[in-house]
Design a protein around this ligand. Structure first.
Ligand code: UD1
Ligand code: CA
Length: 461
């Protein structure tokens, strides 16, 4: 089966310059969901009709589809299908047509439609000309209404809301904007479609009406979950769709052994990969290609983006982790920030108000309070005291710091890169260190402490 995706419309109701199908849902453009659903349902030969913002759409989608250009992106959905006619004119098979703004349709539903066609042909010995995905909605406002032959799943016609009579508006079976047509029959019908007297557009739904009038068989296929058919027309639809997708992902992972506390507050994107026994607490944000291994705790308000968290690590509240790796058993936060390819070693601890950038911390390193560690390699079991700053920037260039295994960096000291602190060396608290410190030595750089006698007593005089 071939597929055509309609994505040429501007999406006027979005009130946006961005083509509608590029508006993101959980960090991915709407069209990404439509295309990945098609592929998951086994449809590989896909045409994408573009029009408004065509170049932008092509740039985003890449070469995984065949593009067709609709000259008049307000020509209507049948005009869009016509602009891809070279894709299907001589095709002797079924063709699936889907709106580009229906991101919630599931692969199971598309497979269901394919099975349905097969069953009807096999057991009823009928050639189906079309199948329309529909749902029964308590509030059908905004959708085309599907009118069935009484007591059957044969479709008589689809009427757009704008063209519907008051009686037709009362019908609550609605068109999802997903159809399968037998291509030769669609070809017979599509040139007979006339512009809507109300909008001047050519409606693909009229192909259904024409086929049915000719006595061809067009059937309805009901979506098992009515929320799947949501069409995104404005920003509120976008918010609703995003929320539904988010809950779907949370449910998927919950059923695979992940605990979510207060799931209505948790953000999760489709490329995130979780494991059993992970616990995600309220307000957590999981973005991009983030991978979380078994038994990890993700605390309240933690933000994880394009990062890996290995087995049993704990990320305490309000920590922000980007493009970094946290090794097994490490503890990060509360209020820690890791970025730019940072690696926190096994069972290491990075605590409150510590920022680590482009650095590798070894096993059991401790940096528990108020530090900046930038562009450094820190060996196993190094202790970084409170308030330590790795000064990596001289105003022009960034430099690297190496701190070897077991060294002790006293509180409030300053390591001025490039510099190397040897194994088991000590740096006395408050020192500004700009030379290498050899293995096993102590570095102190501090003005001598003076005690001035009776200074405080002067206040009494
Ligand atoms: C369409 C259906 C309606 C259905 C609803 C489901 C028609 C006439 N109506 O209405 O029955 O209930 O979807 O969501 O098809 N597009 C083009 N070129 C155009 C016009 C639209 O490519 O000239 C694309 C749009 O980018 C969009 C899709 O087709 O992805 C649907 O268009 P839209 O204008 O949103 O149709 P609806 O009014 O929602
Ligand atoms: Ca729509």
């Amino acid at each position: 089966m071939k597929a055509i995706v309609l994505g040429a419309g501007k999406g006027t109701r979005m009130k946006s310059k961005k083509p509608k199908v590029l508006h993101p849902l959980l960090g991915k453009p709407m069209i990404w969901y439509v295309l990945s659903t098609l592929r998951q349902a086994g449809l590989e030969d896909i045409a994408l009709v573009v029009g408004y913002g065509a170049e932008e759409v092509k740039k985003e989608v890449g070469d995984q589809v065949t593009y067709f250009f609709q000259e008049n992106p307000a020509g209507g959905t049948a005009d869009a299908v016509l602009s891809a006619i070279e894709f299907w004119r001589t095709y002797e098979g079924y063709i699936l047509i889907t709106n580009g703004d229906s991101p919630l349709v599931s692969p199971q539903t598309l497979r269901g439609i394919q099975r349905f066609i097969h069953m009807v042909e096999e057991y009823e010995k009928i050639k189906l000309s079309g199948v329309v995905l529909y749902a029964s909605l308590p509030d059908p406002t905004g959708y085309g209404r599907v009118i069935f032959e009484e007591g059957s799943d044969r479709i008589v016609k689809i009427v757009e809301e704008k063209d519907a009579t008051p009686q037709e508006r009362g019908v609550n079976t609605v068109n999802a904007g997903v159809y399968v047509f037998w291509a030769p029959h669609l070809l017979e019908a599509i040139f007979k479609i006339k512009p809507s007297p109300v909008t001047g557009e050519l409606y693909i739904t009229d192909a259904v009406n024409i086929l049915s009038e000719k006595g061809y068989e067009v059937r309805g296929f009901m979506a098992s979950d009515p929320s799947e058919i949501l069409g995104v027309n404005d920003r509120w639809d976008l918010a609703v769709a995003e929320n539904l997708l988010r809950l779907k992902l949370i449910k998927y992972w919950a059923q695979r052994g992940v605990t979510f506390r207060n799931p209505e507050t948790i953000w999760i994107e489709p490329d995130v990969d979780l494991s059993p026994e992970v616990e995600v607490r309220q307000g957590a944000v999981l973005k991009g290609k983030t991978k979380v291994e078994k038994g990890v705790l993700i605390g309240e308000g933690v933000v994880l983006e394009n990062s890996t968290v290995e087995e049993g690590a704990r990320i305490l509240p309000y920590s922000v982790v980007e493009s970094s790796t946290i090794k097994a058993g490490a503890i990060v936060g509360p209020f820690a920030r890791l970025r730019n390819n940072t690696v926190v070693g096994e069972s290491a601890e990075v605590g409150n108000f510590v920022e680590v950038k482009n650095s590798t911390l070894g096993k059991e390193v401790k940096a528990k309070h108020l530090s900046y560690i930038g562009d450094a390699t820190v060996g196993d079991r190094v202790n970084v005291g409170a308030g330590v700053v790795f000064a990596n920037f001289d105003g022009k260039k960034k430099y690297h710091t190496v701190v070897e295994e077991g060294a002790f960096i006293g509180s409030n000291s300053l390591l001025i890169a490039p510099i190397k602190v040897g194994k088991l060396a000590y740096i006395a608290g408050g020192s500004a260190v700009s030379k290498d410190v050899p293995e096993g030595t102590l570095a102190v750089e501090r003005a001598r402490l003076r005690i001035v006698k009776d200074k405080g007593k002067q206040k009494l005089l």
